[in-house]
Write a protein that binds this ligand. Structure first.
Ligand code: G4P
Length: 321
């Protein structure tokens, strides 16, 4: 079943970002370099339309460098947009962020017109880690691998004339694309009660078999992968890494937990789960499905309107008991 996740706090975040937006010169969106398209939030694109944007592909150490380069080139080609890749090993990321923002808004700067930058990102993308580094290691923002740690807005002074605002509240992912939902869950951006480990692990393995089959082979000593599908690989992981169930069956739940953990911790080596072309196809399919859903909804409401309403010209009186 596709992941349905609608945390209730999005409204507050949307309001806070919308209110802050008129004073913001550049918006930094942190993306997960292993799933750049899926980890972008369409709501943010709506709220920040027209503002110069800096896309930061974070956790680049965990991503396939070739794919990261392709995604960076894609963003760099967009108007009013710059992109760079980063990871937590960069102990002084401020210089690159400041330079990119100054390129995007060259008229801002100096004490009279200081640069005001908003930093946003969905849970677990590494925002608190980056903000902590930018604050000089002072751990004001909490880090953790479960979605849902809320915070209040902070202002970080990166230079005398450069202010960075950390998004108040949580920018939850908006899951419009089914495949993205699974990858977001795998990355830790979605609350654990919203998904099934086995489904997520299988979706993860589908993408891994497509793009990085050799990594699975190496990690789990799988031998020849020809003819092995996602389920067969998950079963193999279970056989190799978890105690067997009665009858020698692999423990699929344990295997799923191991696969997700190995992905999150980078045990597979640098992997990127989605290519640009693939993500564009997913987007197009999701739009088509949305349009079909909308057409069905319109047809239903048209049909309802045609039926006589209770209490309108009927003889049921319309009264209450
Ligand atoms: P968030 O505020 O966006 O929710 O994310 P947060 O900084 O809490 O980071 C989520 C997890 O990702 C943390 O791991 C953090 O260490 C890790 N992380 C952040 N940036 C990078 C990066 O560039 N590369 C890699 N490899 N990992 C990164 P954790 O296991 O949940 O917590 P901890 O072990 O750091 O305590």
């Amino acid at each position: 079943m596709p992941i349905q996740w609608f945390p209730g706090h999005m409204h507050a975040t949307r309001k806070a970002i919308a209110e802050r937006m008129p004073e913001i010169d550049v918006v930094i969106e942190l993306l997960d370099a292993r799933l750049p398209g899926s980890s972008a939030n369409p709501l943010l694109a709506e709220l920040t339309r027209g503002k110069p944007a800096l896309k930061v592909l974070n956790k680049q150490d965990l991503a396939d460098p070739q794919q990261t380069a392709a995604w960076l080139a894609h963003y760099q080609a967009q108007a009013g947009t710059r992109a760079l890749a980063l990871d937590a090993s960069d102990t002084a990321p401020a210089r690159r962020l400041i330079a990119a923002c100054r390129e995007l808004a060259p008229l801002r700067g100096g004490m009279v017109k200081p640069m005001r930058v908003l930093i946003c990102g969905i849970p677990n993308v590494g925002k608190s880690t980056l903000v902590n580094t930018l604050r000089g290691g002072k751990r004001a923002a909490k880090t953790g691998d479960e979605a849902g740690i809320t915070k209040v807005e902070q202002r970080i002074v990166l230079a005398d004339d450069f202010y960075l605002y950390d998004t108040p509240g949580m920018l939850w992912p908006r899951i419009a694309i089914e495949a993205s939902g699974y990858l977001l869950a795998a990355s830790g951006a979605v609350g654990h009660n919203a998904y099934d480990d086995e489904e997520v692990a299988l979706a993860l393995l589908v993408q891994m078999l497509r793009h990085h089959a050799d990594r699975l082979q190496a990690r789990y000593k799988l031998g020849d992968l020809a003819g092995l599908n996602d389920e067969a690989v998950l079963a193999e992981i279970g056989r190799k890494r978890a105690p067997l169930l009665p009858g020698g069956r692999p423990h699929m739940q344990k295997a799923a937990e191991i696969a997700i953990h190995d992905f999150r911790s980078g045990a597979w080596g640098p992997v990127t789960l989605e290519t640009l072309e693939e993500f564009k196809q997913w987007e197009a399919q999701a739009k088509l499905l949305d349009a079909e859903r909308e057409a069905r909804r319109a047809a239903r409401s048209h049909k309802k309107k045609k039926l006589p309403q209770r209490g309108q010209g009927g003889d049921d009186g319309g009264g209450v008991g």
